[in-house]
Design a protein. Structure first.
Length: 521
């Protein structure tokens, strides 16, 4: 069926041309202004040879140009490849080559990365496009790149025509996984899957056209792009947009702009609460607070509730974002639950043979439906491992209660066996996050001569705090079974995190492996 996500801005420019689509760093932009800019860059890219199926990558902080290229690519039937702005040069090189991107747009703050890899990637020599960020002390446009704003300033605002018709089943974007385990994989997401996500998310939040969203999630991630931006524009609502997340600014934006819907992850909320700014801010405008995750401590939920912010937890991943959410009326009754499946997603708990498990039994969280990714880009073997007979294995473990509400246990790959017992680190991690000294914690399994494996806790403390392994054990008593206690402790200034605040356990495992090799060597 002929249709594409790029039509969202085209339709909005007709239906609500003068309405504010986003406020970028306190400057409003209307739906018509956005669509005009989308069309300008679309014409420029088409003149440069971008056509259906070509991949176009963007490495930038949050900015209007990011969204302009996203919707322009959608209108032309090209495939948008947003890149994590925390990546280093070899990682950017890998994703550009793995996706086969022929265009690369980058913010000026990443000019050094672009320069160091431009001879190693498949991007056409005239297809490096420089975007000015407005930050001070950054390089000007290099001779080997084209300035974005110079490129589009005289371009047409007419609706562009793709080389051939864009179909709903065509790939819209390749979103690379956060890489908590192994090399990143590019999840291929179609226009159709994004269509169904829009409808599902609007239902979740009872989204209204007069809503104002505050999120500040990175746009390169599925949460920022598919859970926030695309459905917001579809509904004709408005959003606050800043280059990056600053916890103090985030709190102040609640008081200054009176948003009605806020989306933030557990780690973000922890930083916001630490600023103390929320204590003096009126939050009465906020109707929906969505986010959290499986490691959201009860104390954090209580702290937010005391400030009028009742957090609805949810569950999703790059391969199938926002697949479930806890209804607002169940926040207190089902505390700790990640919710129930959305209207367009089927989710259940399965054993290793994919049989459905009854309530209370821990198993794999699996799903199917039209919001699921098509597969991993150019990785048929990895795709067939993740998707069997149309069913996606999320890689997460959980269970349901008698009423069908889901609860997260842990990542399947994070489980370890100690003395014959399956140990899910998330149990002890969640308990330790209740400790007032602890900022963040992650536990991995490490070899042990007596028990096979035991847990090692990596803990980042709040400023000025100290803690010992004995104190950790004392705190865990009565909260989790003793066999789940970590037997080793390493204090760190901060834990390695993905863009969405998840701990990169693979880095901690590599760090531990190197330490053991050094000791044995």
């Amino acid at each position: 069926m002929e249709w594409d996500i790029g039509r969202i801005t085209s339709k909005r420019a007709i239906l609500t041309p003068d309405k504010t689509v986003f406020i970028y760093e306190d400057s409003p932009v209307t739906y018509k202004e956005l669509n005009d800019n989308v069309n300008r860059i679309a014409h420029c890219l088409k003149e440069k040879g971008l056509k259906n199926g070509d991949r176009i990558a963007v490495l930038s902080l949050n900015c209007p140009e990011f969204l302009e290229v996203y919707f322009a690519a959608a209108k032309l039937g090209a495939i948008f490849v947003p890149m994590n702005f925390r990546l280093v040069a070899p990682e950017v090189e890998y994703q550009l080559n793995q996706s086969g991107s022929s265009f690369f747009l980058f913010h000026d703050v990443f000019t050094g990365i672009a320069d160091s890899i431009r001879s190693k990637v498949k991007v056409g020599k005239d297809n490096f496009i420089y975007i000015k960020s407005g930050k001070s002390e950054v390089p000007g446009c290099p001779s080997w790149a084209t300035d974005y704003h110079d490129l589009v300033k005289d371009s047409s605002t007419d609706e562009p025509t793709p080389e051939k018709t864009v179909d709903l089943d065509d790939i819209l974007a390749i979103i690379y996984t956060s890489g908590t385990t192994g090399a990143p994989k590019g999840a291929s997401v179609s226009h159709l899957q994004t269509y169904f996500k829009n409808v599902q998310i609007m239902n979740y939040m009872d989204m209204r056209s007069d809503d104002l969203f505050l999120a500040q999630l990175p746009l390169f991630h599925s949460g920022g792009l598919f859970v926030v931006t695309t459905p917001v524009l579809w509904r004709g609502a408005s959003m606050l947009l800043r280059q990056d997340f600053d916890p103090a600014q985030f709190a102040e934006d609640i008081g200054k702009h009176s948003p009605t819907i806020i989306i933030a992850l557990t780690t973000m909320w922890r930083f916001v609460l630490e600023t103390g700014r929320l204590d003096s801010i009126d939050t009465s405008s906020v109707r929906v607070v969505f986010g959290g995750g499986e490691r959201t401590p009860v104390t954090l939920l209580d702290e937010l509730a005391a400030r009028g912010l009742r957090l609805q937890q949810g569950f999703g991943q790059t391969e199938n974002s926002a697949m479930m959410m806890l209804p607002k009326e169940d926040i207190a009754r089902k505390q700790g639950s990640i919710g129930i499946p959305g209207f367009s997603t089927e989710v259940w708990i399965a054993d290793d043979d994919w049989n459905k498990l009854p309530p209370g039994k821990i198993g794999r969280i699996v799903c199917k439906g039209p919001t699921r990714m098509t597969g991993y880009w150019d990785m048929p073997d990895r795709t067939s491992e993740a998707i069997v007979n149309g069913v996606l294995d999320t890689g997460d473990l959980g269970y349901i209660d008698e009423e069908g509400y889901f609860y997260m246990v842990d990542r399947a790959k994070d489980m370890y066996r100690s003395g014959g017992e399956n140990v899910y680190p998330a149990d002890a991690e969640k308990a330790l996050l209740e400790n007032p000294k602890v900022m963040n914690v992650s536990i991995i399994g490490v070899p042990d001569d007596r028990w096979g494996e035991t847990g090692k806790a990596f803990i980042a403390l709040k400023e000025g705090e100290t803690i010992t392994l004995e104190e950790v054990h004392d705190f865990l008593k009565g909260k989790v079974a003793k066999y789940k206690f970590p037997m080793h402790l390493e204090l760190m200034k901060e834990l390695p995190l993905t863009a969405t605040g998840k701990v990169k356990k693979v880095e901690l495992k590599e760090k531990e492996q190197k330490r053991r090799e050094a000791e044995e060597g």
